[in-house]
Design a binder for this molecule. Structure first.
Ligand code: HEC
Length: 145
């Protein structure tokens, strides 16, 4: 009888612990969401270079170097890239290299210059205008003097 009681006590307390954990996890998620909303609102107009750098490191650097050297897949080094293209061009290229290269001569020539016949993929992250703004802000910092 006593061991039943102990088991019950154990179950009850672990149940209670789980409920407390769940509540605090929910509170964490709610406050994280609040922070995210604040960040989005604050960042709307100001490009976030640090976020752009993060995007570069996690996505673009798989194929691109941040210096002048062409990578192993034939992706140009992105140093001084703003001297080669303006922002409006970059927005369109980043949003959809494949589609854009069908209607823009510069983009088409770029694709045709790839030694392996590769086209930069259309990236889901680059469908977001804010992400494009941030990565372009970071690309601007890649300037040699
Ligand atoms: C899977 C490989 C790959 C990834 C990932 C990739 N690119 Fe590219 N990118 C290329 C290739 C290859 C080219 C050259 C044109 C072509 O062949 O399509 C290119 C061309 C470019 C150009 C034109 C460069 C020039 O000198 O004219 C820019 C700008 C660019 N990419 C930016 C980016 C950014 C920013 C990211 C990350 C958000 C990115 N790319 C991710 C492969 C990639």
């Amino acid at each position: 009888m006593r061991s039943y009681f102990l088991t019950w006590l154990l179950l009850m307390s672990s149940g209670l612990w789980m409920i407390t954990e769940a509540i605090s996890a929910e509170a964490d998620a709610a406050s994280a969401a609040g922070t995210a909303v604040e960040q989005t609102v604050a960042a709307e107009s100001v490009p976030d270079v640090a976020h752009g750098k993060q995007i570069f490191q996690t996505i673009c650097s798989h194929c691109h170097h941040a210096d002048h050297s062409t990578s192993a897949v034939g992706a140009p080094g992105l140093m001084d890239v703003l001297d080669r293209h303006d922002e409006a061009w970059l927005h369109q290229w980043l949003q959809g290299p494949e589609a854009f290269s069908k209607k823009d001569e510069t983009a088409q020539a770029l694709v045709e210059s790839n030694p392996f016949g590769l086209i930069m993929p259309t990236l889901p992250e680059m469908q977001d205008e804010k992400n494009r703004q941030d990565i372009i802000a970071f690309l601007k910092t890649l300037k040699s003097e």
